[in-house]
Design a protein around this ligand. Structure first.
Ligand SMILES: Nc1ncnc2c1ncn2[C@@H]1O[C@H](COP(=O)(O)OP(=O)(O)O)[C@@H](O)[C@H]1O
Ligand SMILES: [Mg+2]
Length: 237
């Protein structure tokens, strides 16, 4: 992202945001509620149109309005805080829908891939169930598996553990950790500071729509340059 600006009405929500994500990076976005983390992720996934600046992906300028947003989104997975799964479909059908419709896999191919990912993350017994029969942690793990089934080049995660009971957070984060260790490129908004510190290659502190400070977690969490970052960390740590 380079010089990205985004306003809602006269409220500037992203103000001259520039950020580079390299392959295998795990970038954690931290900052108070309302600082623009979700908007940044939604812009990356072309769910929001930006007012100024450029977003490029693999060398192509995807913020160009002529770009086919669906084809970009087929390479960039996004998982939200909650309510990700289609309630009327089984877990397996949730996981095979996009691979079949968007990526053209056969039902057999899509099912095989989905079942192997569901098994890897301990969800094989849930495949035939509808989402409302699963615990919150299982639902969010299934939502992650659904995103992984499309083999995204980039995975965006927006506070995916925020709506979970504390004892369910770990099982979801362990999938994110496994994906990070496997080399998945990710940008995630999180308020799990210990987790961010542990897995991030780089941490961005957002404040009122600006990236106020960015660096390796060892730097941001131990010796932040900006007073605002220090204040924020004092509050949340
Ligand atoms: N669709 C929208 N319409 C108007 N204002 C919005 C919309 N989405 C977000 N905002 C505002 O943009 C600001 C940033 O929001 P958001 O990106 O959700 O922050 P965060 O994810 O860091 O909490 C907030 O002030 C929020 O109220
Ligand atoms: Mg948010």
């Amino acid at each position: 992202m380079s010089g990205v600006r985004k306003s809602y009405g006269d409220r500037v929500v992203l103000d001259d945001v520039s950020m580079t994500v390299e392959q295998h990076d795990v970038i954690c976005l931290i900052g108070s509620s309302g600082s623009g983390k979700s908007t940044l992720l939604r812009c990356l996934n072309l769910l929001e149109e930006i007012d100024d600046g450029v977003i490029s992906f693999d060398g192509a300028e995807i913020s160009d309005p002529r770009v086919d947003a669906r084809s970009v989104r087929s390479q960039i997975g996004l998982v939200f805080q909650a309510y990700n799964l289609f309630p009327h479909l089984t877990v397996l059908d949730n996981c095979t829908l996009a691979p079949r419709l968007v990526h053209g896999l056969s039902r057999a191919e899509a099912s095989q891939r989905a079942m192997s990912l569901l098994s890897r993350f301990g969800l094989e017994d849930q495949a035939a169930k509808h989402p409302d029969r699963l615990s919150g942690g299982q639902q969010q793990r299934a939502a992650l598996v659904r995103a992984l089934c499309t083999s995204p080049r980039l995975l965006l995660l927006d506070e995916i553990t925020a709506a979970l009971d504390p004892e369910l957070v770990g099982e979801v984060l362990s999938i994110v950790r496994a994906e990070a260790e496997a080399g998945m490129t990710m940008v995630l908004a999180t308020h799990e500071m210990a987790f961010a510190r542990d897995i991030a290659t780089s941490v961005c502190f957002l404040d009122e729509g600006r990236i106020l400070e960015q660096g390796p977690p060892s730097e941001i969490f131990t010796s932040p340059r900006e007073e605002r970052t220090r204040q924020f960390l004092r509050r949340v740590l």
